[in-house]
Design a protein around this ligand. Structure first.
Ligand code: UFG
Length: 346
């Protein structure tokens, strides 16, 4: 069992991963600035796992905070052995409007983290990357050797970090894994933790669950004239608990490796679903009708993204197990029990 630093551990993917890691016996320090997450998530992570973690409020760009964190752990005789780095910004449109902010948080933030790690001899890192680094590909499924073509600053900053990590790994002595997530959805089956976006959700799945909860009226389906069987966009949705388990497998793999390592892995199910597949899957799993209308395409959207997940299976022995019905049932368990997310109901 290892002592791990989890940046952004109160967020959607981070909180689910913390539950899995605590249940596996790891000791966790969680650094989060709560700019797009809630400390309540960390309370519930501890409640679900029956174990405690150490939460630290701070910004990943803050070298002094990082230095103190690594130094304190070392002087307590329990140095940090590896880091899982979730902290970052992820709204595509916002990244187009304010690219410098994205380069600052996502790239400079990671650079500050890597410097602190280097100083303290902690050289194992799992990084949250994204399937959007593939841009608008035309052959499927996407393998890790499919050429990258990031088409907005969000994806550009994620790819820049991947490049920084592989350059670092080539200096020797680092073990790094860039995990390219496809579309994580759903929630812990308890309904105690889940996705809690600020304001009106940008993403399809929380938009649907908020319609079901009565917070929103109608889904706008962004285009039904894509070159796909029903004309709506196809994505590779995966259950956030499957994704959380992939992080646990990745960090174990890095810690067990005797040699320097630089991994890039797609994390998806390998089975693309259209917007209407998700709408109808949600209706079938919950019995709730989701009203929708088809509107214009959303700028920047691509017709299809679908993973080849074989490499993750070969390297980590991990593959996604949960179905669309599981994603819908668990996502709805969270939203229905917490209609206002982690905020108190008005
Ligand atoms: N969609 C709608 N209506 C909506 C929202 C989305 O029809 O209100 C459609 C989109 O057009 C797309 C599909 O649903 O075809 C999925 O869209 P999302 O916004 O849920 O997700 P994206 O594929 O656009 O991916 C984005 C980021 C990823 C990130 C993912 C989940 O680009 O990096 O959200 O956060 F992983």
């Amino acid at each position: 069992m290892a002592r791990l630093l989890i940046t952004g551990g109160a967020g959607f993917i981070g909180s689910h991963t913390c539950v899995v890691l605590l249940e596996a016996g790891h000791e966790l320090l969680v650094l989060d600035d709560f700019s797009n997450s809630s400390p309540v998530a960390l309370d519930r992570v501890q409640e679900l796992s029956g174990r405690s973690l150490q939460g630290i409020e701070g910004d990943v760009r803050d070298a002094a905070v990082l230095e103190q964190l690594f130094a304190n752990a070392a002087s307590a005789g329990a140095p940090i052995e590896a880091v899982i780095h979730f902290a970052g910004l992820k709204a595509v449109v916002e990244s187009v409007v304010d690219p410098l902010h994205y380069w600052d948080v996502n790239v400079s933030g990671t650079r500050a983290l890597l410097s602190a790690m280097e100083t303290h001899g902690c050289r194992s890192l799992v990084f949250s990357s994204t399937s959007t680094v593939y841009g608008e590909p035309d052959s499927f499924p996407l393998t890790e050797t499919t050429p990258t073509d990031p088409i907005h600053p969000y994806a550009q900053t994620k790819l820049a970090v991947e490049q920084m990590l592989s350059a670092l790994a080539s200096t020797g002595d680092w073990r790094v894994a860039s995990l390219r997530y496809f579309n994580p959805v759903g929630a812990h089956p308890s309904g105690r933790i889940g996705e809690d976006p600020l304001g009106i959700p940008n993403n399809l799945f929380p938009f649907i669950t908020q319609i079901a909860a009565g917070r929103l009226e109608k889904l706008r389906v962004f285009g039904d004239d894509y070159p796909t069987p029903d004309g709506t966009g196809i994505r590779d949705y995966l259950h956030v608990m499957d994704l959380a388990e992939a992080h646990a497998a990745a960090v174990d793999h890095l810690l067990q490796s005797d040699a320097p390592l630089s991994l890039t892995l797609n994390l998806g199910t390998g089975q693309g679903l259209s917007v209407l597949d998700v709408v109808h899957g949600f209706e079938a799993a919950t019995g709730i009708t989701i009203p929708y209308e088809v509107v214009e395409r959303r700028p920047g959207d691509v017709p299809k993204l679908e993973a080849c997940p074989k490499q993750a299976a070969n390297v980590l022995g991990w593959s996604a197990k949960r179905s669309l019905a599981d994603m819908c049932r668990d996502g709805w368990a969270w939203q229905s029990a917490n209609p206002q997310g982690y905020r108190e109901a008005p």
